[in-house]
Design a protein around this ligand. Structure first.
Ligand code: F6R
Length: 614
């Protein structure tokens, strides 16, 4: 999604902002722009272009500019096509603005402004903000009062960075339901939508909260709250930057996605660290008096891969707790009449902690007095903060995930949800000491098992090379492997642009089998459990229709191997953790197919890392 970087200080602000924007490229964008002030008394320069940051960089290089302040933006189109005109910053009168989020009432505002004789140069929702602020300044309001008035008019979500002609030492900002933070170092002050933008400058950072607005200058920050409706300055809590440059480098890997697939053993070790030991599970810090009287049902809310991790979690939670668990797509849950009440535990699963629909689902659950918690990778993110006042959060500890396609966060989500299921079952007395020991042992075996499994990387690449020209694929599995079938298909769609479907294997004959022919490769997922024979029958059904079969199955599954065109053998693991082994292989398959097709692995078209709009 969109990225914002702003800087006022002693360094060349153009270089700082361009460097910051390059660190945000991973979020996905379609155009980029910058507004900068070369020096006091000069006019603001504005450059913005559709396409990669390199297009903007090439234009800027010709100017060789230095600047004392700049705001920059990478845009992911929502209102209006990707184009130079729709790229940010947007300028009107004295005002330059960059914006993340969506202004829901922009059409109404725009119509009013058009009626008043305003002309617009873009199709965006953002441009109305520049018009409104300029209008307020024309009424002789000072910039902060102008911002306060405009913030009252705007509906929706925004993080804003604003520069004003004739006000050369300050950058203004405002935040509502879209991430924004400030940074400060000895030579200047920063605004950014993501702390990765600042990794090259190592400042202290302070997260902004909804309703914050104010300004930064080279050595000063003034911040007020729209929510508290006072004119008092709000105090910020400055922390060292958590992100470090190493985390945003590919190391020896060609792509972040490949690196992150290979980081999974370490990520899982971190997810388990301090939470299991001596065959025992221990999840400190959750503020939940979990009893069946208090919690009568569980809702899991999430989007995309995180939703599929939720489907795996449902299997464990229901089996161990004997409490009904619904897994809900957050964009549906937020608008549906749900049975959420004070006896519901709502668990948000999210890598970024920023996903707009998941955030809104948690806000809805809180408003209905549910107990809310998150399984989340970004400590301090919006979803994290919402849950802090309720049950709390379980961190994935997976480290930053840069590739747009989720890999290590997905497997860590499953692992952490398994820990939660075990801890709650133990609390309710539904987990015997023997079971606890064996399940903890199974989890602890994973890093080692996945390290070994990653040895099949080359083999999976070779296998993938057979499917480069196939326009469609099917993934099937049963039990906790059908969510992995969904995940495999999603990975294939988003990375290799192959139309792929995931299905519970037993559901095929109720419709989708009609699409199966010799052009349809079918990936069949097997676990080492009593569903293997059933899945084998489903394999036979698609094979009889001419499909090429790629089986991912336990090494010793000879019957499966005999019936498959391609076979990837998995080391034996406890069925409790088997889904994670298959997950790694479907990730590798999609990764290699994408790379072999010469597509952009880390930034698939039309996608963004954090989906901060609904
Ligand atoms: C797919 C993928 C997405 C995310 C989804 C939720 O590879 O990455 O489907 O899983 O956008 O994102 P988070 O987990 O940040 O809420």
């Amino acid at each position: 999604m969109c990225g914002i970087v702003g800087y006022v200080g002693k360094k060349n602000a153009v270089q700082v902002v361009m460097q910051g924007l390059s660190r945000l490229e991973y979020r996905g964008y379609d155009s980029a722009g910058i507004a900068f002030l070369p020096n006091v008394g000069h006019a603001t320069h504005l450059q913005k272009y559709q396409g990669q940051l390199s297009v903007l960089q090439n234009h800027i290089r010709e100017l060789d500019p230095t600047a004392i302040m700049a705001i920059g933006h990478t845009r992911w189109a929502t209102h209006g096509v990707p184009s130079d005109a729709n790229a940010h910053p947007h300028k009107y009168g004295r005002v330059q603005v960059v914006h993340n989020g969506i202004i829901e009432n922009y059409a109404h505002i725009k119509n009013q402004l058009l009626a008043e004789g305003h002309h617009f140069s873009s199709e965006t929702d953002t441009e109305v903000i520049a018009h409104l602020i300029d209008q307020q300044l024309s009424l002789n309001k000072n910039p902060l009062d102008a911002l306060r008035t405009v913030a009252d008019i705007l509906r929706g979500a925004y993080s804003l960075a604003i520069s004003l002609d004739g006000d050369p030492h300050k950058l203004y900002f405002a935040k509502l339901r879209s991430p924004l933070l400030l940074g400060r170092s000895h030579d200047g002050v920063f605004i950014a939508s993501d702390e990765f933008a600042l990794v090259d400058f190592g400042p202290q950072v302070a997260e902004l909260v909804d309703g914050d607005f104010g300004y930064i200058s080279e050595d000063e920050v003034e911040i007020f709250s729209l929510v508290e409706k006072t004119t008092a300055l709000r105090k910020l809590s400055w922390q060292p930057l958590r992100a470090v440059a190493d985390q945003v480098s590919k190391g020896s890997f060609k792509h972040f996605m490949h690196k992150e697939i290979f980081e999974q053993p370490e990520a899982i070790k971190r997810a388990l660290a301090g939470r299991v030991g001596d065959g025992k599970i221990n999840l400190p810090g959750l503020g939940l008096d979990f009893s069946k009287a208090q919690v009568k049902r569980i809702h899991i809310v999430a989007c995309g891969s995180a939703y599929y991790a939720g489907l795996v979690a449902k299997t464990d939670l229901e089996a161990m707790l004997k409490i009904s668990v619904d897994v809900e797509i957050a964009s549906e849950y937020r608008y549906r009449q749900t049975l959420t009440d004070e006896h519901t535990l709502v668990i948000a699963i999210s890598q970024s902690g920023e996903t707009a629909d998941t955030l809104a689902a948690i806000e809805k659950a809180l408003s209905l007095n549910a107990s809310c918690m998150s399984i989340c990778n970004v400590v301090g993110s919006a979803i994290w903060r919402k849950c802090e006042g309720s049950v709390g959060n379980l961190s994935l500890n997976a480290g930053p995930e840069i590739s747009v396609a989720s890999t290590k966060a997905f497997t860590s989500q499953i692992v952490v949800a398994k820990l939660l299921a075990l801890a709650l079952a133990k609390h309710l007395g539904g987990l015997s000491a023997d079971e606890e020991v064996s399940k903890v042992r199974a989890l602890l075996s994973l890093p080692h098992k996945i390290t070994d499994l990653l040895g099949s990387d080359n083999m999976v690449r070779l296998l993938a090379s057979n499917f480069i020209d196939h326009p469609k694929m099917l993934y099937i599995g049963r039990g906790d492997l059908y969510p992995i079938a969904y995940e495999g298909a999603l990975k294939m769609k988003e990375l290799a642009y192959i139309f792929a479907e995931g299905y519970p294997a037993g559901e095929l004959k109720h419709g989708p089998i009609a699409t199966v022919d010799s052009d349809m490769p079918v990936v069949v997922l097997f676990g080492n459990d009593d569903l293997m024979a059933k899945t084998l029958s489903n394999l036979s059904e698609v094979k009889a229709r001419g499909a090429k079969i790629i089986s991912i199955a336990p090494m010793n599954a000879e019957l499966v191997q005999e019936d498959s065109d391609f076979f990837i053998g998995l080391d034996e693991v406890d069925p409790f953790v088997a889904s994670l082994m298959s997950a790694v292989i479907v990730q590798l398959l999609a990764y290699h197919l994408c790379d072999l097709k010469g597509l952009d692995v880390d930034k698939p078209r039309n996608l963004a890392k954090s989906v901060t709009v609904e």
